[in-house]
Ligand binder design. Structure first.
Ligand code: NAD
Length: 453
């Protein structure tokens, strides 16, 4: 595939000004919605073939996400794109000041495999809403999903506007040599650094949606039943292959036994079996092997069974874990949940602060002071109090990481802004001007300028 050719065609198309037209953007978003709905079965089938993801999970965590994004932009595009008038300072009167949301131009979106549709199509939808062209490179790890997206986009949109590039490291390395106006990357911090470096060569702005170890703190004031139920759901959704999944639990040692008993009872109730429709497979053998090695048999409180042929790992709870254990050295990204304890709440916050800033953090607590300290004292991309994962379902909340977990954010208004440049324009009248700013200068002019500025 000649990526240079597609990039040039997109550059020319953007320069034609067509993508800036609001009706054009809305028409394309509507077409994309129709294309997704028409090909829903193809999308379900492809992702099922990649890692056994059910229609229910695919609809709730992938398709509906993208459709909601499209609806959000169709409803809000006029107001998002409308120039915003701001007040004008005295020195520039008479005049008016406006901020224009200008599309950045030719964009590149690089997706991750774990939510292949959502993580590729949602940023692309935001790029379209903001009036850009887009080359989308989904992850080759979810091969079938990548091919399905390439088919439905490339068959229904002109390549000079949207194009899905198939391929792996070799192809993306080629693509990254081109000069884009924006690169939006979702993936690991390790590859994020490679993308950031490539972007730096062209001073291309980036959004990096990365990962990390997201903690869940459970204090003695928490409603433990609610905590256990929500943690089990959020952790084992997609078999733990979720960037915002709870990575580990930090629980007050006084209530640790009660919490893990409750976690176990919900795990039994939710019945995650090798052939359960609601339980996803591990994406590939390499990740399966990596995860199995993290299960230290003597620390297993629940689960630990696995089946290599089915790429099934039973939801597993490890206890008596400490920071020297292998499982605490990297993001888990699978269905293993280590439980660590703390003696006082400040110690738990300090533990989080002592490690890389996580993409998400969660607190289960009934105590107002604890909630305040959790929100104010530690840095993390985003999170929930008394829930997990769900913050990303609210499109009014910008979604993104901080520090090692990412740069920038998206969803809803934030997504539109991520793919726009805020262009400030001051428009002056040709009358009503004093000569004070023009030479020759004098003490009188200086004292006037001092009073005005
Ligand atoms: P990854 O970093 O291995 O791959 C991401 C993308 O980078 C893929 O499209 C891949 O083709 C591409 N890539 C691979 N090697 C490359 C290279 N040398 N140069 C340029 N691009 C390259 O990540 P993954 O395994 O797909 O996803 C897992 C990671 O992503 C986890 O760390 C997870 O937390 C993170 N993640 C973050 C979010 C988020 O929204 N913040 C969402 C999902 C996953």
């Amino acid at each position: 595939m000649n990526f240079q050719e597609i990039w040039s065609a997109q550059k020319e198309f953007f320069n034609s000004q067509k993508t800036k037209n609001i009706n054009f953007r809305k028409r394309q978003l509507k077409t994309l919605k129709e294309v997704i709905l028409k090909n829903e079965n193809l999308l379900y089938e492809a992702i099922y073939n990649d890692f056994g993801k059910s229609r229910f999970d695919t609809f709730t965590t992938e398709i509906s996400f993208v459709l909601n994004d499209i609806d959000y932009y169709l409803k809000n595009l006029n107001s998002l794109a409308k120039p915003k008038r701001v007040s004008t300072n005295l020195a520039n009167l008479p005049g008016s000041s406006k901020i224009y949301a200008e599309p950045l131009g030719n964009t590149l979106v690089i997706g991750a495999w774990n939510y292949p549709y959502q993580l590729s199509l949602s940023p692309m939808v935001a790029a379209m809403a903001a009036g850009n062209t887009c080359i989308l490179k989904p992850s080759e790890v979810a091969q079938n999903s990548m091919k399905a997206m390439a088919k439905i986009i490339n068959e229904n949109f002109p390549k000079e506007y949207l194009f899905v590039a198939e391929g792996g490291v070799e192809e993306i390395t080629e693509i990254l040599k081109l000069k884009f106006d924006k690169i939006f990357f979702t993936g690991s911090p390790k590859i994020g650094k490679i993308v950031y470096e490539a972007a730096a060569k062209n001073l291309t702005p980036v959004t990096l949606e990365l990962g990390g170890k997201s903690p869940v703190i459970v204090t003695s004031s928490a409603n433990l039943k609610v905590a256990a139920k929500r943690i089990v759901w959020g952790k084992f959704l997609n078999a733990g292959q979720t960037c915002v999944a709870p990575d580990y639990i930090l629980v007050d040692e006084k209530i640790k036994d009660s919490l893990i008993d409750l976690l176990k009872s919900y795990l039994k109730k939710f019945n995650y079996l090798p052939d359960s429709e609601h339980y996803t497979k591990i994406i590939n053998q390499q990740n399966f092997n990596r995860l199995v090695q993290m299960i230290t048999p003597e620390k297993v409180f629940f689960g630990g069974n696995h089946d290599s042929e089915k790429r099934f790992i039973e939801p597993t709870i490890l206890h008596d874990v400490n920071w020297n254990d292998a499982i605490m050295q990297e993001e888990i990204f699978g269905p293993i949940l280590p439980v660590l304890t703390f003696q006082n709440f400040n110690e738990a916050l300090q533990t989080v602060a002592d490690h890389e800033k996580p993409l998400s953090a969660y607190l289960f607590s009934g105590n107002a002071e604890e909630k305040k300290h959790f929100t104010e004292k530690i840095s993390f991309g985003g999170g929930c109090i008394n829930d997990v994962v769900m913050h990303l379902s609210n499109s009014n909340l910008p979604f993104g990481g901080v520090g090692n977990s990412g740069i920038g954010n998206y969803h809803g208004k934030a997504g539109f802004q991520t793919f726009s440049h805020q262009k400030s324009v001051l428009s002056r009248a040709n009358w009503g001007e004093t000569d004070f700013k023009y030479p020759p200068y004098s003490e009188k002019k200086l004292s006037w300028i001092k009073s005005v500025l």
